[in-house]
Design a binder for this molecule. Structure first.
Ligand SMILES: [Fe+2]
Length: 359
C-alpha cells in the first residue's frame, strides 16, 4: 500500500497535519493554526502539493484556527455536521468517506471533548484530533464536554481499529510523535478503567471549569464568520490535553565524535537513520545512512529489528530525539541512540558529508 505524504507541524503542543496524495499531489490540511500559515505554504511548495480542503477536527478552544484564512471557493472547510461553527463548509457525518486525490479516508465521530469532534481514518493511520492522545485522553472540562462520552468514543470507535493503525493526535507531549492503537491499548492509563463512569470519576472534572477568559476569546473568534485574527497567535492560551502519565522515555545521546567512531565501524548502514526531510538530506548527509523522514517513520517500522542498536540523527538532534523516543515507547527498537547536535555538530567537527552543499 502506498503511504500518503504526511507532514506534521508542531507549535506550542498543537499539531497540524498535511496529508498529501503521492500521485495526484492533492493535499488536505488538518487543524491549521494562526501564525503558521507560511509554514504550511512552504510545505505545499516543497512537496509540490495543491491544497484541496481544510479539516478542523473540532471547534478549537485552546488556539486560533487558521481555517478562515485558508478556505474559500476552491478550498472548502470540512467539519462535523454537529459543529456550532456557522460558515460555508462540507458537513461531515459518521462513516462518510472523503477523498484527497486518490486517497480515501473515513470520518469517525468521536464526541466528548467537544460535541463536534471527528477523527479521520484510512491508509493505515488515524488522525484523532482531540480525543485519543498518546498516553491519555483530551480534556473534558470545557462547556459542552462530556468525559463519559469521550471515553466511550475512544474505546468503542477508535480502539476497535486494527492494532497496527498509526495514531496521530491533535496534541503531542513528552516528545513522542505518534503511537499505534495496539500500543495505546497497552500503555494508555486512561483506557485501563473498566467503565466510562469510572474514568469520569477519576478526573473529578467540573464541566465548564476549563473555560478561562482566553478559552472564551478563542472560541468567539473560532466561531465567528469573519473573525479579525491577529497575525501571530502567540502561545497556546490553554491546552486541550489532560496530563498524561507514563510517556516519559529516556534516550542515551552520543556526541558527533563518538558517532563517527561508531559509524565507521557499522557493518550495516541501516542501523543509522537520518530523520530529516528528503530535500534536507539531499543537500548534505553522512555517507551510508538511511533517510526515513520523522513524520513518515511510522510507515517504515519494518525497517527496524528489535534489539539492535539504532542511531538516529537529524539537523540539530531535536527531531532525532523525538524519533528515538517514539520508537522506544512503541517497543519497535529497544536500544535507540540519539546523535546529539545532528548534522550541524558533525560539520562543526569537520567530518565529511556528501550530497549538494546546503543552500
Ligand atoms: Fe481541542
Amino acid at each position: 500500500m502506498t503511504h500518503p505524504i504526511l507532514k506534521v507541524v508542531t507549535c506550542d503542543g498543537c499539531q497540524s497535519y498535511l496529508v498529501g496524495c503521492p500521485s495526484t499531489r492533492a493535499a488536505l490540511l488538518v487543524d491549521p493554526k494562526v501564525g503558521r500559515e507560511s509554514t504550511y505554504a512552504d510545505l505545499l511548495e516543497q512537496y509540490g502539493l495543491t491544497l484541496v480542503a481544510v479539516l478542523d477536527t473540532h471547534t478549537h478552544a485552546d488556539h486560533l484556527s487558521a481555517s478562515t484564512r485558508l478556505t474559500g471557493e476552491d478550498v472548502p472547510l470540512w467539519m462535523s455536521h454537529a459543529t456550532p461553527v456557522d460558515r460555508p463548509m462540507r458537513k461531515l457525518r459518521d462513516g462518510e468517506e472523503v477523498e484527497v486525490g486518490e486517497l480515501r479516508f473515513r470520518v469517525i465521530e468521536v464526541p466528548g471533548h467537544t460535541v463536534d469532534s471527528v477523527a479521520l481514518y484510512g491508509r493505515g493511520l488515524v488522525l484523532t484530533g482531540d480525543s485519543l492522545f498518546i498516553g491519555g485522553l483530551a480534556r473534558a472540562d470545557f462547556v459542552g464536554s462530556d468525559p463519559e462520552q469521550l471515553f466511550r468514543s475512544v474505546k468503542e470507535r477508535l480502539m476497535t481499529l486494527p492494532g497496527e493503525t498509526l495514531v496521530f493526535p491533535g496534541h503531542g507531549y513528552n516528545g513522542i510523535l505518534f503511537s499505534t492503537i495496539e500500543a495505546e491499548s497497552r500503555l494508555n492509563e486512561a483506557l485501563q478503567f473498566d467503565s466510562a463512569a469510572a474514568y469520569a470519576e477519576s478526573l473529578g472534572a467540573v464541566i465548564g471549569a476549563g473555560n478561562s477568559d482566553a478559552v472564551v476569546r478563542n472560541l468567539e473568534l473560532n466561531l465567528a464568520e469573519s473573525p479579525e485574527l491577529p497575525a501571530v497567535a502567540g502561545n497556546a492560551a490553554a491546552c486541550c490535553a489532560a496530563p498524561s502519565k507514563g510517556t516519559a522515555v529516556k534516550i542515551p545521546e552520543i556526541s558527533a565524535a563518538k558517532g563517527r567512531e561508531i559509524r565507521d565501524g557499522l557493518g550495516d548502514a541501516g542501523q543509522w537513520v537520518d530523520v530529516r526531510d528528503p530535500f534536507e538530506y539531499e543537500h548534505g548527509h553522512i555517507e551510508g545512512v538511511t533517510n526515513l523522514p520523522l513524520s513518515e517513520l511510522g510507515f517504515h517500522l519494518d525497517h527496524f529489528q528489535g534489539d539492535r542498536p539504532y542511531y538516529l540523527s537529524c539537523r540539530s538532534g531535536v527531531r532525532s530525539m523525538t524519533a528515538a523516543k517514539t520508537l522506544a515507547r512503541l517497543g519497535v527498537v529497544t536500544n535507540p541512540v540519539n546523535v546529539g547536535g545532528g548534522i550541524l555538530g558533525w560539520q562543526d567537527q569537520g567530518f565529511p558529508i556528501i550530497g549538494l552543499p546546503a543552500s
